[in-house]
Structure formats: C-alpha cells, structure tokens
Design a protein around this ligand. Sequence first.
Ligand code: ZN
Length: 169
Amino acid sequence: MDGSGPLFCPACGNLAFQPIGRKKLVCGECRFQFYRNAASAVAAVILYGDEMLVGKRGRNPCKGLLDLPGGFVDPGESLENALYRELHEELGLTLSDARYLGSGNNVYHYANVEYDTTDAFFEIRCDQRPEVTAMDDLDDVMWLKLSDIVLDDFAFTSQQKLLRQHYLP
Ligand SMILES: [Zn+2]
C-alpha cells in the first residue's frame, strides 16, 4: 500500500492492482476498485487546573513518545463513544461531557501499511484530579503543566498543531 508497484488483486488474483492517485486502487484486469478512505481517530485533552493528562506510547509507531489518550474509531461507533471507550480501556476512566475542539490529519505507519487518519480532538475539564492507570497501548501516564509541554515530545503532528493552537502560552 505504499504505491511502489502493482499488487495482487484481492478479487481476481492478478498482479494488476494499482493505486490511482492517493484515494483508490483499481485492478487493470477485472476493474475491481478499493477506496482508501481515511480512518477516524479520536483523542482527549484532559485538564485539571493548569495540568494536562498525557500518555507515553507503549507500542510502535513512535513507541516512547507522548500521545494524548484516544485511538481509532470502531466500525459502527460514534466519535464520542469511541473516545469514552478508549479512555476506559487505556486509563480506567469513566468520563463524559467531552467538548469538541477541532480536527487534524496524520499518516499512521503500522505493519507496512500507511493509514491516512482524520483525528477528532475533544477537551474534558475535571474538577478533581482523577485516578488513572496506564493500560492497553500506553506504557505510562503523567500530568504535565501546560507551561512544561514540549511539542517535539509528541508522536503526531496533528496533536502538536492542536496543542500549539489551543494550549501553549
Ligand atoms: Zn482484479
């Protein structure tokens, strides 16, 4: 899926399945078409006072770099439900009242496939500091003062852009 040459067609099996631009692949033999739609993803900016909850990635891509809690939206799921599910799976948190902030895009490299993603960002403000445990995709989780955030420590450019736009002094 990196556009370097023809692939075997999943419909007819011929080595004639080729990308047409970025958006689709077409088989030159049987005309089978496959659209490369962007994958939906969600992430949360969880705030307590002037601190933000940030995770450390436990898996590639970008293992060890910082990440906002979140993940991919499952088929049939809403953005909000995906966000609340991911916060429960990754942090053991049961939160609600997420406010939509905006969106961005990334290319996510995983197992030799490049996934174009559309990332939706939400903010959740907490009155009390919630107890959290890093689980699933996250190795660790920490509260960072907004003034201590270093954008280059974050794995994804869409998150860097969001943080620069909304949260950095
Ligand atoms: Zn074919």
